[in-house]
Design a protein around this ligand. Structure first.
Ligand code: FAD
Length: 411
């Protein structure tokens, strides 16, 4: 019998398995698919060392109205998507008030500050340095007015959080990115970020490191999880797997998996899409066109064009409207070439109304832990909160463990 089964081998679960292993525990990392094939595969690949303030919902009525009317490509919604998660959205709105958001950011910033330092030794040990591009992530504006406002806000963030930026005018951006042909008034280069050319491969490399260090990988479905004596059991492809404790790190699928165990966690599901393009000259660093909320990341598979948030049920059919606007913008910027795939990838950012990821033991279920809710920055934060989880499971207490306590997120 193992010490711990970690269910879910995305960035969060894989990093959790490594952190528990580093504490000397015998760990099985189980997933119904290979490691890193879901949300942790399809993201924009940025280790966001700049994202000190998590995404809040707009609380200004005019901005909310613009979102409601579909005026921004950043957000698309359907009635079923909004009504189906109305409770979670209302909580999220309440947490987005400026004073609450500032208090949450003070905690979030401590996590983000550790993201690059916590990834760095894992990248080295996993031999994955070839996937990483330190440093920078650029965000550009075509309108001079919007750029001036964004620059003022970026400078505020530099003063508040001590992050590093480079402010670029249009000419500096054109020199840095010669493949870019559209005119931009200016850009901010967020210097604390790292970019990954294949996020799924990075997770797979972390999982291979975990295995090389003596951990076990398994295929199993979390739906088979049951209590077994004082411990827990799942049915794996090659037979039952038992452990004293289990961690559910199923990303956006975690709330549904927790339900049968009596824990209800409201979550806002923000879907995002991507498609790769074959164009020859693209970008050196990931670039966000802020006016269409599209991130374009140079990946091994091509230029990945990724979209903002779509508020729809997790099983809703594909809607290409946000991606179409992002693609049209990208075609103004580059010789984009053909799409690599016929159909876009999509996945769900698991966003909790409190904007912080959570970890902890499920009340009334000794030995059943959960670790999820990393929203827009799970690829960034997996190793950071994994270290905190391992401490909590070893019985440590800290202000951070209390701040991320699963019980805060329960309905
Ligand atoms: C378009 C887009 C762009 C993004 N860009 C960035 C970015 O640039 N930087 C960043 O930090 N974050 C980004 N994110 C967010 C980030 O991708 C997520 O926060 C992160 O991947 C969540 O990781 P996870 O391990 O919790 O979930 P996942 O990666 O989804 O892992 C969950 C795992 O659970 C498994 N699973 C699910 N159900 C079961 C079951 N019943 N049984 C067994 N296994 C199961 C799945 O197979 C999967 O492997 C982006 C997200 C999107 C959608």
């Amino acid at each position: 019998m193992a010490d711990v089964i970690v269910l879910g081998a995305g960035m969060v679960g894989t990093a959790s398995a490594l952190a528990l292993q580093a504490r000397g525990l015998d760990v099985v990392l189980a997933d119904r698919r290979a490691p890193g094939r879901e949300t942790s595969y399809g993201n924009a690949g940025i280790i966001q060392g700049e994202a000190m303030e998590p995404y809040a919902l707009p609380t200004n009525p005019l901005a909310l109205l613009r979102l409601g009317l579909g005026a921004e490509n950043a957000v698309r919604w359907t009635p079923a998507g909004v009504l189906g998660q109305a409770g979670a959205l209302l909580r999220y709105l309440a947490q987005s008030r400026p004073a609450r958001h500032a208090a949450i950011s003070a905690i979030y910033a401590q996590l983000i500050a550790r993201a690059v330092p916590d990834h760095e030794p894992l990248v080295a040990a996993a031999g994955a340095g070839n996937l990483m591009r330190p440093r920078g992530f650029r965000q550009g504006w075509r309108s001079a007015r919007a750029f001036d406002a964004a620059r003022a806000d970026a400078e505020r963030q530099v003063r508040t959080w001590g992050i590093e930026i480079e402010v670029m005018d249009g000419a500096a951006l054109a020199r840095a990115e010669p493949g870019l042909r559209a005119p931009y008034a200016g850009a901010i280069d967020w210097r604390d970020c790292w970019a990954c050319a294949d996020p799924g491969a990075l997770v797979a490399a972390y999982a291979a490191l975990f295995e090389r260090q003596g951990g076990s990988l398994a295929r199993a479905d979390a739906g088979t999880l049951t209590r077994a004596g004082a411990g827990w059991r799942v049915t794996g492809e090659t037979g039952p797997i038992q452990a004293a404790r289990v961690v559910l790190a199923l990303g956006p699928w975690t709330p549904a998996a927790l339900k049968p165990f009596g824990a209800r966690v409201p979550m806002v599901a923000k879907r995002g899409y991507h498609l790769h393009f074959k164009g020859e000259r693209t970008l050196n660093l990931p670039f966000m066109d802020t006016e269409v909320s599209a991130v374009m990341s140079p990946m091994r598979a091509g230029l990945r064009v990724a979209t903002g948030a779509e508020l729809v049920p997790m099983d809703a059919p594909v809607n290409r409207s946000q991606l179409a606007r992002a693609e049209a913008r990208a075609r103004e910027m580059f010789e984009l070439g053909d799409a690599v795939e016929p159909e876009p990838w999509f996945g769900t950012r698991p966003c909790l109304p409190g904007m912080l990821p959570v970890l902890g033991e499920v009340p009334g279920q000794p030995g059943l832990w959960a670790h999820f809710g990393h929203g827009h920055q799970g690829f960034t934060l997996g190793p950071v909160t994994a270290g905190i989880l391992a401490g909590a499971m070893a019985g440590e207490r800290s202000e951070m463990i209390a701040a991320l306590d699963l019980r805060r997120a329960l309905a």
